[in-house]
Structure formats: structure tokens, C-alpha cells
Design a protein around this ligand. Structure first.
Ligand code: BV8
Ligand code: ZN
Length: 244
């Protein structure tokens, strides 16, 4: 259960904030039934995300990597945004200077109606040609394995940032701009293990933001943030929008 007074303080800060930045991770989608990466349900056929979400794994065995993404696409296709996703859409509506940075590739923030966002690790419903670089949407479930580019017939890959790959310059620029100019920064449902996103809370803090973490468990950021609310995102985030 969360702490009434902390909730009141955070609600007040959000209500008076001129700019708000939100960073989300897999924990916000857990309440929609999407497995997190490092939770007990995070494994697939005894592989870990770090083993499959890499360029080397794809070069070595594109079929295995596509089978993993197809499994996730089939699963995510049956899931809906939850109350936490919707509360973030409402926060965006209320605050003129709002930006959402999500590490999630499930597309649930967009499906909920978020528009001012950066999907810094990409989106599972986008594919990119390994030869001509053409990026396109692909919602077919199951996806035909191995999928080929409609323009040049070469192999398609998920348009997702894998371990060892750099994030898009534009996403990084937009994220740093938001983090460095926010009054309040919410860190929701991330274990704070994957960089550069794991460094975002301290960037916001150093720039003077009030940083609050909402997470089921303590994380490496818990010691760094101004406030840590422990519980499920779907229960806590909507409370932040209730009248003070
Ligand atoms: C890069 C796509 C430059 C795949 C993903 C220092 C600087 C720079 C890079 C590094 C560095 N140190 C190490 C690196 C390399 C690496 C890295 O960080 N490795 C880690 C493992 C140490 N970083 C990179 O490679 C990045 N690239 O920086 O480029 C560069 C290039 C080469 C060399 C150096 C630098 C690229 C990282 C992106 C990787 N791609 N995803 C896919 O999804 O298919 S990351 C993957 O992990 C997901 O995107 C996921 O979002 C992300 C983070 O995980 P979380 O979202 O936090 O999920 P997790 O399961 O871990 O935690 C869930 C949390 O929710 C838990 O705390 C749980 O308690 C909580 N929770 C659960 N239920 C609920 C809840 N909370 C609230 N409510 C609930 N109901
Ligand atoms: Zn192509």
C-alpha cells in the first residue's frame, strides 16, 4: 500500500508543474499482461532478452530471433492499455509541457492515446529492411518467417534498438531536452538496469526536477529519487490525477 502523505505531496507538485517528464519501463505494461524482462515470466524457451535482442543473435539465427518477436507480437496483440497508460494520457492533456519517454516496444502508450512521446527502444509493430533501410509498419500476426522487404526483397528485422546498438539521435536529444527542463519527473515500472535510460532519473534530478519513482520493488534508482512509491502502476498512477 502507498503512503497517503507522499501521494498528496506528489499530486500537488504535478498539479502545479509547468513541465512534466515521464519515463516508463516494462512494469507499466505488466498490468496489461505483458511479461516484464527480468521478472519470473521474463524468460522464453530459457533464453533471456539480452541473449536474443542483439545484432549478433540475429546474424547467427534470424529465424530464432523472429520466432521470439513473433511470440511477443502474438501476445501483445491480445493486450490492452491499462489505467496507468490512460492516466499518463490525461497527464499529457493537462500539462502543456509534457513528454513521455518509454523503453517499452509494445506500443501500448500510443494505443492509449499518448502523442508526445519517444519510444526510445523502438516499436514491435515496426520493421526495417537490413539492406535498404526502409522502415514500415507490420501488424500481421503471425508474421511470415523470414519476412522480406517489399521494396528490395531482402531480410526485414524488427525496428527495435538491440543491446549494443545506439538509440536514435532524435530520441536522445528530445529525451535530454525534456529531462533537463522538467519540474517533475515520474519514473514508472523500470528496473533501472538498461542504459542510457537508467541514467535518466539522475539527469532530471541534477537539472532540479522533483523525481518520483513508482515501482513494485525497490530499484537502484530508489536511493537517488526524491520519493519512492511502492505498488502497482495501475493502482498508483491514476491516484495522482485525482483532485488534491
Ligand atoms: C546504447 C529492445 C550506445 C529489445 C531493449 C552504459 C552506457 C551505454 C550503454 C551501456 C552502458 N552499460 C551497458 C551498456 C550496454 C547496454 C546495457 O545497458 N546493458 C545492460 C544489460 C547493462 N545498453 C545498450 O546496449 C543500449 N545501447 O547505449 O548505445 C552504446 C553502444 C554500444 C556500446 C556502448 C554504448 C541499448 C539498450 C536497449 C536495449 N533494448 N529493448 C526488446 O524489447 O525486444 S532493453 C529492454 O530492457 C526493454 O526495452 C526494457 O524496456 C528495458 C529495460 O527493462 P525494464 O523496462 O526496466 O523492464 P524490467 O523487466 O527490467 O523491469 C520491470 C520493472 O517493473 C521491475 O523493477 C519491476 O519491479 C517493476 N514492475 C513489475 N510489475 C509492475 C512493476 N512496477 C509497477 N507496477 C507493476 N505492476
Ligand atoms: Zn529493402
Amino acid at each position: 500500500m502507498t503512503h497517503g502523505s507522499d501521494l498528496g505531496i506528489l499530486k500537488d507538485k504535478l498539479a502545479n508543474a509547468r513541465s512534466i517528464t515521464v519515463l516508463t519501463g516494462a512494469g507499466i505494461s505488466a498490468d496489461s499482461g505483458v511479461p516484464t524482462f527480468r521478472g519470473t515470466d521474463g524468460l522464453w524457451r530459457n533464453f533471456r532478452a539480452e541473449d536474443l535482442a542483439t545484432p549478433d543473435a540475429f546474424t547467427r539465427d534470424p529465424r530464432l530471433v523472429w520466432e521470439w518477436y513473433n511470440w511477443r507480437r502474438e501476445l501483445i496483440a491480445t493486450k490492452q492499455p491499462n489505467a496507468a497508460h490512460q492516466a499518463i494520457v490525461e497527464l499529457e492533456r493537462r500539462c502543456p509541457r509534457f513528454w513521455l519517454i518509454t523503453q517499452n516496444v509494445d506500443g501500448l502508450h500510443r494505443a492509449a492515446g499518448s502523442r508526445r512521446l519517444s519510444e526510445i527502444h523502438g516499436n514491435i509493430w515496426m520493421v526495417r529492411c537490413t539492406a535498404c533501410g526502409h522502415v514500415s509498419e507490420s501488424h500481421e500476426v503471425p508474421i511470415q518467417i523470414l519476412p522480406l522487404c517489399s521494396l528490395c526483397r531482402n531480410l526485414l528485422r524488427p525496428h527495435i534498438v538491440w543491446f549494443g546498438e545506439s538509440l536514435a539521435e532524435e530520441d536522445l536529444r528530445r529525451s535530454y531536452t525534456a529531462l533537463q527542463s522538467s519540474d517533475v519527473c515520474l519514473i514508472i515500472g523500470t528496473s533501472g538496469m538498461v542504459y542510457p535510460a537508467a541514467g535518466f532519473a539522475s539527469i532530471a534530478k541534477e537539472a532540479g526536477a522533483f523525481v518520483a519513482e513508482i515501482n513494485l520493488d525497490p530499484t537502484p534508482q530508489s536511493a537517488l529519487v526524491d520519493m519512492s512509491l511502492q505498488g502497482r502502476a495501475k493502482d498508483i498512477v491514476p491516484l495522482l490525477l485525482e483532485p488534491c
